[in-house]
Design a protein around this ligand. Structure first.
Ligand code: F0G
Length: 363
């Protein structure tokens, strides 16, 4: 037990992931860094969740919902926006299922750039839409899906008049790989398995790049198996073909033709990992379980790898004593409608009387 009289160590001022990991990133001394002090997110040890799913391993959740715009996208966006400013771009653009647009809008505001976001109308969680609007991005909702939005963005990018900040921009991947560095630094080693949701497949590509680079630099002595999960109605990589009309309640990963498909396959093969799909029902169960057993409230997409972990434990794929990490890519408050819709409990309503409240509590 730590002595209560010990002087607390001063907390270092965290200056964002680009400054922390500059030697691994494409930046120079005079690069104009655009940052909201993203990164340095908690790695939460979750014993109760492991017990609940009947496993015998150490599980750590990398809670990326605690980034400045409440998702992992900020890691890629600090890098992409920094490079956009460096090259003198005036307008940035992205297609998004919500989180990329929220992050792009915030970093563009910080960098004083015009931002245009293209979203699938009616399939964006409310918190994400609120963010894009508040940060001042021009917000265009198409009557179509994410894949169609990304096709339009690609074509606009070819005019040379706008800078694309989707993960087809390689600087996004560079920024996002730092999550692997942090996990290794926080654990003092690489995990044995890393679970994460897969949508456009940029993040699995980035994590694998990060783990490999840390390994090559000699900071860790191994790399994890990468374990990706898609929603059953939006599982192009698992099914082996694009899905024309992807469906899932995990709208963040409602994607039928991932841009980084090859990157994902590469990560799976080289890391001896796997990719699989989980049903929306399994996603909802895991979504509720992680909130109620650990106090970690994530958005539904993050529950896909947790549902996958439950599946993997049942299949005997996780040996006892393993160190497992899972990325919780976005905060639960992004999608309050879904949370309220899924919660087992609704508020008990009563008159403002002590007796009524006491009766409801059972006192
Ligand atoms: N989790 C969340 C919360 C996401 O928002 C996304 C992607 C993913 C997982 C999947 O990551 O695409 O790198 O495989 N969201 C993108 C967006 C598509 O537009 O916000 P990925």
């Amino acid at each position: 037990m730590m002595s209560t009289t010990a002087t607390p160590e001063p907390i270092p001022y965290w200056r964002g992931l680009i400054r922390q990991y500059a030697s691994f990133l494409p930046v120079e001394e005079d690069t104009p860094i655009v940052s909201l002090h993203e990164g340095n997110t908690p790695l939460i040890h979750c014993e109760r969740l492991v017990k609940a799913i009947g496993g015998e391993f150490d599980l750590y959740l990398k809670f990326e919902g605690l980034n400045p715009t409440a998702s992992f996208k900020d890691r890629g966006m600090t890098m992409a926006m920094t490079k956009a400013v460096e090259k003198g771009a005036q307008v940035v653009i992205c297609a998004s299922t919500g989180n990329t647009s929220a992050s792009a809008a915030a970093y563009a505001a910080r960098a004083k750039l015009k931002c245009v976001v293209i979203l699938p109308d009616g399939n964006i969680a409310m918190g994400k839409l609120a963010q894009a609007l508040m940060y001042g991005a021009q917000t265009i909702a198409i009557r179509g899906n994410f894949d169609e939005a990304l096709n339009i963005v690609r074509e606009l990018g070819e005019t040379g008049k706008v800078e694309i900040v989707n993960s087809i921009n390689p600087f996004r991947i560079e920024g996002q790989k730092t999550a692997s560095f942090e996990i290794c630094d926080q654990l003092g080693r690489a995990p044995d398995f890393h679970f994460l949701p897969v949508g456009n497949a940029g993040n699995i590509t980035a994590y694998w790049k990060g783990y490999q680079e840390y390994h090559q630099s000699g900071r860790v002595s191994s790399t994890p198996a990468m374990c990706g999960y898609q929603a059953a109605g939006s599982a192009p990589i698992v099914d082996g073909h694009p899905v024309e009309s992807p469906e899932t309640l995990a709208t963040a990963i409602r994607i039928g033709n991932p841009a980084s498909w090859k990157g994902a396959l590469n990560a799976l093969e080289q890391s001896s990992g796997w990719i699989d799909k989980v049903t929306d029902e399994a996603i909802v169960e895991a979504y509720k379980l992680v909130a109620s057993t650990e106090g970690v409230f994530v958005e539904p997409a993050c529950a896909a790898p947790l549902a996958g972990l439950i599946q993997s434990v049942k299949a005997g794929r996780i040996p006892a004593g393993s160190v497992v990490t899972a990325t919780m890519t976005g905060h639960g408050l992004k999608d309050p409608d879904r949370a309220i819709g899924c919660a087992a409990q609704k508020p008990d309503v009563c008159e403002p009387h002590l007796e009524d409240v006491s009766r409801l509590i059972g006192l």
